[in-house]
Each structure stands twice: as C-alpha cells, then as structure tokens.
Design a binder for this molecule. Sequence first.
Ligand code: FES
Length: 226
Amino acid sequence: MTTDKLDRTKRRFLIAATSAVGGVGLVLTSVPFIRSMGPSERVRAANAPVRVNVGKLQPGQQLTVEWRRRPVWVLRRSEEMLAGLEESSLRQRLRDPDSQETTQQPAYAQNTYRSIKPEYLVVIGICTHLSCVPSLRLAATGDGRELGWQGGYTCACHGSRFDLAGRVFKGVPAPRNLMVPPHRYLDEGLIECGVDPIASSGQSAAGASCCRRLVEVDQPPSGYRS
Ligand code: FES
C-alpha cells in the first residue's frame, strides 16, 4: 500500500470513529435532557395540596405535614392559649401584632389568631430570618424570658422568638411573622393546605383531588403538658 493510500484509509477510519463517539455522546447527553423536560411526578406531588386530618389533635398538640417541600405545622390551641394572644402586654412586645405585613398571611388569616378558626394555627415552620426550623415550646425557657416571651416558637439558630400565633417578637433577628399558607376547611376536622377558601369550588378543587394525601397525627411535641 502506498503512503497516499494509507493516509486516506487512516482518515476514513478516524472520521468513522469520531462520528460513532459523537453519536454515543449525543445519546448519553440527550437522556438527562429529555428527563428534565416537564414537571416530574415527584415535583407535581410536592406542589399538590395536602389534606390534614386534625380530628385527633388535642389542645397543645401539633402535627407537621410537608407542603411544597416545606414543613407546615397545625397547632391546636386551648382557650387559655387564645386568651393569652390577646393580652396587651404581649402585643406591645411584638413587631407586627396585627399582621399588617400582608405577604405573611392570606387576608382571611389577618386577625389576632392568624387563622380561620381560632383553635387551629396553620403556619409554615420556617424562620423568617435565615430559614432555620424553629421548635415549639409551650412554656418559656432560657433567655426568651428577657423578651417577655411566654412560650411559642423558638429558633435555635439566632434566637428569634414567636408567639403561639407565629408573631415575631421585637429585638430578635427575624424580621417578619411566620408565614400562614393558603388553606381551607373541607369539614370540621379536615384541613386542606395549598388551596384558598375562595377557590374551593369549580375546576381548581377538582383538579387538586388527584394528588391529595392524608397525614396522620404526630406525637405530642416535646414540652407538651396535658
Ligand atoms: S434563622 Fe431563625 S433566628 Fe436566624
């Protein structure tokens, strides 16, 4: 074989080999690209409304459900707890006692209890400072007393304190009250998180029903006293 003929043969082999590798690379890179197109079942499920059965919840108990990858707490409050939320000595220690910051709750939760039914608080369990997850403490502990905090939610990351309506105290890093998500009551003991009451009829309610799931009652939180 002449040198010229040898070069042409090598060139044809290299072109064929490069095309084959390129083809494999295209297939390998196309698979994740195709998979990333459109919302996955998991994402759709995570964004779907969540039903919460609160029928077994006792005063002072809280359960946690996941909605849009965030913890949502449902706390059942006693008459005594609700009365405490109205005290003027508490209100004057709060940054936004009347929930004037409209981004932090729907209009139907812009009241003293920050809820539709005073008995149940539905709130996203993420601190409004730097997104740590606070803890429920029904009685004041440690340095929270200096703020006049008598119990509620405490964030261990930087010491923010909230009352039993998720209202933030003055003098802590968190700038806003805990966020109340859209929610509605389907019946006396069944809450649906992720849907406003005003959207409770027609297409949106029917469309949401395919992805709803029931969530059971958690154990009583630490610090719970019956
Ligand atoms: S994240 Fe809660 S106080 Fe900083």
